[in-house]
Design a protein around this ligand. Structure first.
Ligand SMILES: Nc1nc2c(ncn2[C@@H]2O[C@H](COP(=O)(O)OP(=O)(O)OP(=O)(O)O)[C@@H](O)[C@H]2O)c(=O)[nH]1
Length: 301
């Protein structure tokens, strides 16, 4: 299901900046026909997808980095460990600065914290609709003195001015990769969809050619344990024939355990939480031809 056009680009971006700088406005303004906003019902994730921007040749997934928002009130804890770690895993950071206010003490602190990362950073100089040209030129100078950034892009998140340049630059900077989400993905299915793809990928890898496309994954349950940083995920793996079931399970369940182990690792990275993954292999004869089964498994015609 993941499109693997060799030239397609995809990447994860997070938006950081002090309160009121315009982060939500930016994300909201990026919502158009091409964008999906997500409002996960359960708070199972720490890395929350905020929106997805898809165009013909690229997909940008904006994620809400854990810890960043809470920590804005308490600068001492600004980069709590988990936030720092997740920042290292993403492809690009937007560091938003208010062009009217100019660089604040908080911006300097953020900048210092970010300087330890290898992740590329674009400074998004926001609210340029409120200042004149000369002031903007000064601000750009100030930002260039503040740190070593890939680019400084002046925008108005409110009017939409120059957001096309921001997207263009972003796409230049993200790596080649698959289209993680279909264009018409239903928002709250996104997280589960990626999880099923991660599991499917491991099966494909570990069974090679033996169970080609006869596999579908259904997430039965995803639930966070109370008072524990652990999410239980129960999923069914559907195949068409008993022989395929045997292949996936492997001798004494060895292959299924390996599939589970590898998938768990990736899902933990995705969710930023420990998970317990319970996988069951079930035979559903000719599921590919049965409409009901397809619907149940989340495929839409
Ligand atoms: N004039 C102008 N106002 C803006 C712009 N971007 C954001 N604002 C305003 O700035 C205020 C704060 O914007 P938000 O998008 O809520 O800022 P935020 O960074 O998400 O704020 P927190 O959620 O507190 O972190 C709102 O009143 C926005 O309308 C802009 O480009 N120009």
């Amino acid at each position: 299901m993941l499109e693997t056009d060799a030239d397609f680009k995809s990447g994860f971006v997070t938006v950081i900046g002090q309160p009121n700088v315009g982060k939500s406005t930016l994300i909201n303004n990026l919502i158009g026909e091409k964008v999906v906003i997500t409002t996960p019902k359960q708070q199972t994730t720490r890395n929350k997808i905020q929106c997805i921007y898809t165009q013909d040749d690229a997909q940008v997934i904006f994620i809400d980095t854990p810890g960043i928002h809470q920590a804005q009130d308490k600068m001492g804890e600004y980069m709590v460990d988990v936030a720092y770690k997740s920042l290292q895993k993403i492809d690009l950071i937007f560091f938003m600065i208010d062009a009217r206010k100019g660089i604040t003490r908080l911006d300097r602190k953020i900048s210092k914290q970010l300087s330890g990362l290898n992740t590329p950073i674009i400074v998004v100089l926001n609210k340029i609709d409120l200042i004149g040209k000369q002031k903007l030129a000064n601000r750009i100078e100030e930002v260039n003195r503040l740190g070593d950034y890939i680019d400084v892009i002046p925008v108005s998140a409110k009017t939409g001015n120059n957001l096309d340049t921001l997207i263009e630059e972003t796409i230049k900077l993200i790596p080649k990769g698959p289209k993680y989400y279909p264009n018409d993905m239903i928002t709250d299915q996104i997280e589960q969809f990626v999880i099923t793809e991660l599991i499917r990928e491991k099966i494909m890898y570990l069974t090679r050619e033996e169970v080609p496309h006869a596999v579908a994954i259904e997430i039965i349950q995803m639930k966070k344990r109370e008072e524990r940083d652990l999410i239980d995920i129960n999923a069914n793996i559907y195949v068409e024939r008993n022989s395929q079931k045997g292949i996936i399970i492997g001798k004494n369940g060895k292959r299924l355990r390996e599939i589970g182990k590898r998938a768990r690792k990736d899902i933990e990275d995705l969710l930023g939480s420990q998970i317990y993954l319970d996988l069951w292999v079930k035979v559903r004869k000719d599921w590919r031809e049965k409409e009901d089964a397809l619907k149940m498994l989340g495929y839409r015609g």
